[in-house]
Design a protein around this ligand. Structure first.
Ligand SMILES: [Fe+2]
Length: 51
């Protein structure tokens, strides 16, 4: 799932920027939250179609 790849990548950026670049880290945290909510939404669609 594209969401999972994005989540992995944003987590990597969050770790890499720790203590170095808080602006980029903050952006990555916000984008991570977006992707987490997309993941939940798409998983709920999948469940719906599997009924
Ligand atoms: Fe997404």
């Amino acid at each position: 799932m594209a969401e999972e790849a994005a989540i992995k990548q944003y987590n990597k950026i969050i770790k890499l920027t720790e203590g170095k670049d808080y602006v980029t880290q903050d952006l990555a945290v916000r984008l991570l939250a977006d992707e987490e909510s997309h993941k939940v939404l798409f998983e709920s669609f999948l469940k719906e179609y599997q009924k």
